[in-house]
Design a binder for this molecule. Structure first.
Ligand code: CP
Length: 467
């Protein structure tokens, strides 16, 4: 089977079986690097990095060189015509006519999806703002599997900036898909965004149990847990325990501690950075003395700043330079799969059923509320209509198809004025019972009463109060 002409925009784009097959090929390639030259001979990879990168860019480019292919690159948006106001869609169409595969890093969330929609060649997301970084996740999973042989049932703690860390967001969904239990240990103020938690629960099953015991944990020297995600296939004893028992349960050991730096470049305000001054323990020799960390893999996507002590570099539990080095064979396997130069044999797997949500794609009423979303940028709104998945009816919740942020609209109407009765053109509060009777294909959303009235709608009896 070939994965030819596929793209990797979020980690959802690969099944577990496909990832397993990729890891097998990465293993083979790592063991015979010199024999891989020629696998992608005659192919061109465009490497577009509009944000700084050491590991992702250079390991992708090294991967293509190892495969015998060629690389064309742009490492700064200022050196491209995007600096003159060209849209991502136009840039993608053009680059897609020069290269056989595109790797893109961009500060706007959802930018890689637009490139995939317009390029006509496979596209790999090398990080889109604070959204996702799926190939880092492949390196992370590959490392865990190499060191522990499995991911299922492991207890994996995520530490640091869980709000803006794109590697964290991809990793959370992948760990859930592979059946790990996830322990959230955020720096206070940098907790996992609500839209990520909601997707985790609705799409991946399982339970998220909140503890908010960070401060108590720090005071008493306990592991500073904020929440735990329990995979659906795990016994649920962790979720049922009171805080103190969880600490005891954790003493049986944390399998991996995944540390991230504060993504200061994405902080919305200076005040957000001030929060960090309330000290939170760095990962160092002292912390790792605890019994709970005896066999813990210490992981980090890198680069690091102050959150991970250099004294750990020689510790056999430290995996971060191995993660970075493994980026080359993992990305070689991925590029070869997507260019169709290597066949793939997928192990038997239970199909992961993605929910087929109805779409909301009217040109008005709904605008993504995330200022970093590609769909709200001036250069892109010339051709792009906002598009959302209707992921919940009570409360009515929409998820942007580009950045995956969610929002709850305030007012709704039906395009067939309620099941065919064309007598009135009325809008209702989105939390009224009437709103839930509107079929998704007839749904119209308004962010304000003024907007509804501008479109010729009048308030119904259910426009104000909750019913
Ligand atoms: N892990 C990672 O994405 O590193 P770079 O930013 O150096 O590519």
């Amino acid at each position: 089977m070939a994965l030819e002409n596929r793209s990797l925009i979020t980690i959802d784009d690969l099944s577990n079986g496909e990832m397993e097959a990729l890891f097998s090929l990465a293993d083979k390639m790592a063991g015979s690097m010199d024999e891989q030259f020629g696998v992608c001979q005659g192919k061109i990879m465009a490497s577009l990095f509009f944000e700084p990168s050491t590991r992702t860019r250079l390991s992708f480019e090294a991967a293509m060189h190892r495969l015998g292919g060629s690389v064309i690159s742009a490492a700064d948006v200022k050196s491209t015509s995007m600096a003159k106001g060209e849209s991502i869609a136009d840039m993608a169409r053009v680059v897609g006519s020069y290269a056989d595969i595109i790797v893109i890093r961009h500060p706007w969330e959802g930018a890689a999806k637009i490139v995939a929609d317009y390029a006509g060649v496979p596209v790999i997301n090398a990080g889109d703002g604070g959204h996702q970084h799926p190939t880092q996740t492949l390196c992370d999973l590959y490392t865990i599997k190499k060191e522990r042989q499995t991911i299922k049932g492991l207890k994996i703690a995520l530490w640091g900036d869980l709000k803006y860390g794109r590697t964290i967001h991809s990793l959370i969904f992948a760990l859930a898909k592979f059946g790990a239990d996830i322990l959230f240990c955020p720096t206070p103020g940098l907790e996992v965004p609500e839209h990520v938690i909601k997707k985790l629960i609705t799409e991946y099953g399982g339970e998220v149990e909140s503890y908010k015991a960070i401060e108590q944990g720090a005071k008493e020297g306990l592991f500073p847990l904020d929440a735990i995600y329990i995979t659906p296939s795990s016994p649920h004893q962790l979720a049922m325990m009171p805080n103190i028992s969880i600490q005891a349960e954790l003493k049986t050991g944390i399998d991996a501690l995944y540390v991230t730096r504060p993504q200061k470049e994405r902080f919305a305000t200076a005040e957000e950075g001030q929060e960090l001054k309330k000290t939170f323990p760095v990962v160092d020799k002292r912390l790792l003395k605890g019994k709970v960390f005896q066999k813990t893999l210490v992981m980090h996507p890198l680069p690091r700043v102050d959150e991970l002590a250099y004294e750990l570099d020689a510790d056999s539990r430290s995996m971060y330079f191995k993660q970075a080095a493994r980026g080359v064979p993992v990305r070689m396997a991925l590029v070869a799969f997507f260019l169709g130069t290597k066949e793939i044999s997928i192990p038997q797997e239970e199909p992961f059923s993605q929910i087929d949500y109805p779409l909301y794609r009217r040109g008005f009423g709904a605008k993504c509320s995330n200022p970093r979303c590609v769909s709200v940028q001036e250069t892109e709104t010339r051709y792009l209509k906002p598009e959302f998945k209707i992921v919940n009816l009570k409360p009515l919740t929409l998820r942007c198809i580009y950045c995956e942020h969610g929002f709850e609209p305030k007012y709704v109407a039906s395009s067939d004025w309620h099941e065919g009765r064309l007598v009135e053109k009325k809008y209702h509060s989105a939390d009224s019972h009437l709103a839930r009777k509107i079929k998704p294909e007839n749904l119209i959303i308004f962010n304000s009463e003024i907007e509804a009235e501008t479109h010729g709608f009048k308030p119904s009896h259910y426009a104000k109060a909750q019913h």
